[in-house]
Design a protein around this ligand. Structure first.
Ligand code: GDP
Length: 195
């Protein structure tokens, strides 16, 4: 997709702040440091739209970006950062859950897992949660440039096994450095949004 115009609409802390344009939305979720900002910036062909805060996981806002007049990207900040207090984590989990459960125009979620590692329990809970609420999900293994190409099959089976992926859930290897996976991720997004 040709993205001519990107605007951050709001960094929301409450549901009342979510934009009401009704545009279809694609949300991005994953553990802190998984490569989410890099993936979003790569998809937008821009360097600094999505930014990791200096303390990962600390900025607990849901960021809405408008792409042309076509769709929103929704950057759900990384979960699982150890230094965030338990109380903050619980508050944050509630905010994400509320968003995922109630957002009518949510067209799909891109869930990122680190391609170099086995998925964690938190990754699995996230995926199972999305499955339970029947949110169309794409699983992306990030930093795939760090994995030899003949090991990508193994990366896929690790992701499928570790998350207990539904066979129908697509999986795409991605690298923000080599841009591998760029076309495939965009194709999925466009399909979900009916673009
Ligand atoms: P976020 O916390 O999930 O938003 O992660 P970032 O996008 O900020 O990336 C976290 C770290 O992983 C940074 O040091 C990035 O340079 C690195 N990183 C992100 N994507 C890739 C990738 O595709 N390949 C490699 N080798 N490193 C990456």
């Amino acid at each position: 997709m040709q993205v001519n115009d990107v605007e951050i609409i709001i960094s929301a802390v409450r549901a009342e702040q979510y934009p009401e344009t009704g545009l279809p939305e694609i949300a991005f979720v994953g553990r802190s440091n998984v490569g989410k900002s890099s993936l979003i910036n790569t998809l937008l062909k821009r360097n600094k739209v999505a930014r990791t805060s200096s303390v990962p996981g600390k900025t607990q806002t849901i960021n809405f970006y408008r792409l042309n007049q076509d769709l929103h990207f929704v950057d759900v900040p990384g979960f699982g950062y150890a230094k965030v207090s338990k109380a903050d984590r619980a508050k944050f989990a509630t905010m994400i859950e509320q968003y995922l459960q109630t957002r009518k125009q949510l067209a799909g979620v891109v869930q990122l897992v680190d391609g170099r590692r086995e998925p964690t329990e938190l990754d699995e809970s996230m995926y199972q949660y999305l499955k339970y609420y029947e949110v169309p999900t794409l699983v992306v293994s990030t930093k795939i440039d760090k994995v030899k190409k003949n090991q990508w099959n193994k990366t896929e089976s690790q992701a499928r096994k570790g998350l207990h992926l539904n066979a129908a859930t697509p999986w795409i290897p991605f690298s923000s450095q080599t841009k591998v996976g760029y076309d495939e991720v965009w194709a999925w997004i466009e399909q979900q949004c009916g673009l």
